[in-house]
Ligand binder design. Structure first.
Ligand SMILES: Cc1cc2nc3c(=O)[nH]c(=O)nc-3n(C[C@H](O)[C@H](O)[C@H](O)COP(=O)(O)OP(=O)(O)OC[C@H]3O[C@@H](n4cnc5c(N)ncnc54)[C@H](O)[C@@H]3O)c2cc1C
Length: 307
């Protein structure tokens, strides 16, 4: 039996894994992929201690930092379910194996939220994209739309600046949430047009996307934009299915944690990063929370002497 199983391979899981290895906690990290959302991020300029680093490279560095830890076990697999078993937990993975642990840290992050409008599913990969870092080069000299008004939407727009001929940024909110520095870069590019306070009602095309329809959030006329790419970067959904019905979640499905310790409602389960109800979904915050969780797990296992 492991003392700790960490589920996830993003910043929160990796920072927790490094701390637990250094504390010599018998740990298994299970992730279906490594690096988390940073794999999709363009240029990261707020990773403390580094002026600018590509998200892809940072994600790869995180993975190799974790794997370099002595004593840590790492398995690439998807966790299907976590259940209570005796004094610990049983963790079932997609390869038919089951592992047991005294404690569990959920760091499964978050996934894409879809618009759920006509045309979105039909044109996925045919002009509808969720990762600008991956797919921006396909949009050379084409008009594109980015849907969303937060930092990830503006980072998508920034990734598109080198390729697209025109970038529309559309968001439901009148006042966009993205950091001013990101907004300025897009607004000052000469290529971008911001359309705030609107919702997208339909995506259309033939074999590939040729446009979208949108409407002001307070109703009114439906308008069309001719675009060949639509990058959806709206708020994300917590990956909480593996603990469905086991730990308490808020209305948004985010795991509720004690911010001092990262403990969940279930004794023996911690959570960290974007899967939790933490207010700020950021890599640096996820790293701090993962570290906090691992330190608290260490106290629980070795100092509180409960197990
Ligand atoms: C485009 C983009 C740009 C961003 N730019 C910045 C930035 O500049 N600065 C910044 O601080 N933050 C940025 N962020 C936010 C940052 O990436 C996230 O806050 C951070 O990655 C959250 O870390 P996490 O470990 O909680 O989750 P994630 O990064 O989501 O990682 C979750 C991990 O869990 C794994 N996983 C999920 N479910 C399972 C399962 N069932 N079984 C096994 N493994 C599973 C996933 O494969 C993944 O490895 C950006 C995000 C995006 C999308």
């Amino acid at each position: 039996m492991y003392e700790l199983i960490i589920v996830g391979g993003g910043p929160a899981a990796i920072s927790a894994g490094i701390v637990s290895a250094r504390k010599k906690i018998k740990t298994l990290v299970i992730a279906d992929s490594f690096g988390g959302q940073w794999i999709m991020a363009g240029d990261i300029q707020n990773f403390i201690g580094t002026k600018s680093v590509s998200g892809f490279n940072l994600a790869k560095n995180l993975e190799s930092h974790l794997k370099a830890q002595e004593g840590i076990e790492v398995k690439q697999a998807a966790v299907l379910k976590i259940t209570k078993k005796g004094a610990g937990f049983s963790i079932e993975i997609d390869k038919g194996e089951t592992f047991e642990a005294k404690t569990v840290l959920i760091a499964s992050g978050s996934g894409h939220r879809k618009l759920n409008i006509p045309g979105e599913k039909e044109f996925e990969g045919k002009g509808v994209f969720y990762c600008a870092t991956c797919d921006a080069p396909l949009m050379k000299d084409r008009a594109v739309a980015v849907v969303g008004g937060g930092n990830s939407a503006f980072e998508s727009a920034i990734s598109l600046l080198d390729y697209a001929s025109k970038i529309y940024v559309l968001d439901r909110a009148e006042i966009l949430k993205a950091d001013e520095i990101n907004q300025e870069k897009v607004r000052n590019s000469g290529k971008a047009e911001i359309i705030a306070g609107v919702s997208i009602t339909e995506i259309f095309g033939d074999k590939m996307v040729s446009g979208l329809k949108y409407q002001s959030c307070d109703g009114g006329e439906i308008k069309e934009l001719a675009v060949e790419g639509i990058f959806i970067s709206i708020s994300r959904i917590a990956n909480n299915e593996i603990v469905n019905g086991l730990v308490e979640v808020n209305q948004a499905g985010e795991i509720i944690v004690d911010p001092k310790t990262q403990k969940t409602s279930v004794d023996g389960i911690w959570a960290a990063g974007d899967v939790t109800d933490v207010l700020y979904k950021q890599g640096n915050v996820a790293i701090g929370d993962g570290m906090k969780a691992a330190l608290n797990i260490y106290s629980y296992l070795r100092i509180d002497n409960k197990k």
